[in-house]
Design a protein around this ligand. Structure first.
Ligand code: HEC
Length: 265
């Protein structure tokens, strides 16, 4: 005969664990008021305050242009929804991948930049609305340094770095479509390995050499493995592109990589 005392104990333990599961923060479904440090507002059922401990906001101005910035979790990211109406530039700012956008239309120039994943989940966003001096704004936003950034990878963006990535007239996309698209995709392996996979192993400098120097006939174990998994097919990329072609192509690949990893909101 099983011990009754243990059976009762078991039932109690199960009951207690159910209770503690239910008491985990479940959303509150009644309309209520949420308070913030300087204001409060009313929300319908289901809305909750997000705990953003480390958000820092601020702005700076010279009287003509004003920059507004925000740093923290859940800070907006300059994303793919802007593709049709903006020109893009993407590069490394203090070692982090930064995405910068400006509108195609010259009438109202805003400049927005975001950097994702500074200190893992923290994003940085900075914006200038109605920019009067675009070059100055670009100088300021690309001068940003983070305590944990990498000072060796600094880069100075200029207006000429902007192009409409993904647009028909954009050089990097043209090179990609003419010479690479049949066999490579940015994120998927098709006939050849994806550029995402390639760029985990080869860097920008290597890629530049591969595509600009006909004498650089490179094959190591990794190339041979790729060749094997492509059924013995070899890359037919031209080795006669110019440095600036490769820079454009690289920018395009980087942008598309970003694009695929950010679904439309
Ligand atoms: C006919 C199909 C084809 C085309 C077109 C093609 N590739 Fe490839 N590519 C491959 C295959 C297959 C591999 C893997 C085997 C190899 O390395 O040769 C590869 C490998 C590569 C590698 C890795 C080489 C290594 O050893 O690390 C790079 C980089 C690359 N391709 C870039 C490009 C670029 C850039 C373009 C366009 C300018 C391009 N490829 C066009 C088929 C192609």
């Amino acid at each position: 005969m099983p011990n009754l005392k243990y059976q009762v104990l078991l039932v109690l333990v199960i009951f207690a664990s159910c209770l503690s599961n239910n008491s985990n923060k479940s959303p509150i479904y009644i309309p209520r008021t949420i308070e913030f440090p300087k204001f409060k507002l009313k929300v319908p059922g289901g809305w909750e305050k997000l705990d953003v401990h480390d958000s820092v906001k601020g702005s700076l101005t010279n009287g003509k242009d004003t920059l507004f910035f925000e740093f923290g979790e859940n800070v907006p990211i300059v994303g793919r929804e802007d593709v049709d109406s903006n020109v893009f530039a993407m590069d490394t700012i203090d070692g982090f991948l930064a995405n910068v956008v400006m509108p195609i239309s010259k009438e109202r120039i805003y400049i927005r930049m975001s950097i994702e994943g500074v200190y893992s989940k923290t994003n940085f966003f900075i914006e200038c609305k109605n920019a009067k001096n675009v070059e100055d704004i670009l100088d300021i936003i690309t001068s940003i340094q983070f305590p944990e950034g990498d000072k060796h990878l600094g880069y100075q963006l200029t207006k000429s770095d902007f192009s409409q990535i993904g647009g028909n007239n954009e050089k990097g996309g043209q090179i990609y479509r003419t010479h690479c698209e049949t066999c490579h995709h940015v994120t998927r392996n098709i006939l050849g390995p994806s550029f995402e996979e390639i760029l985990k192993i080869r860097d920008r400098k290597w890629l530049t050499r591969y595509l600009t120097d006909p004498k650089f006939k490179y094959k190591d174990g990794i190339s041979k493995d790729w060749e094997k998994s492509s059924g013995g097919l070899e890359c037919i990329a031209p080795h006669t592109l110019t440095q600036s072609d490769v820079a454009e192509l690289y920018k395009y690949i980087k942008y598309m990589q970003y694009y695929y990893s950010h679904p439309v909101y």
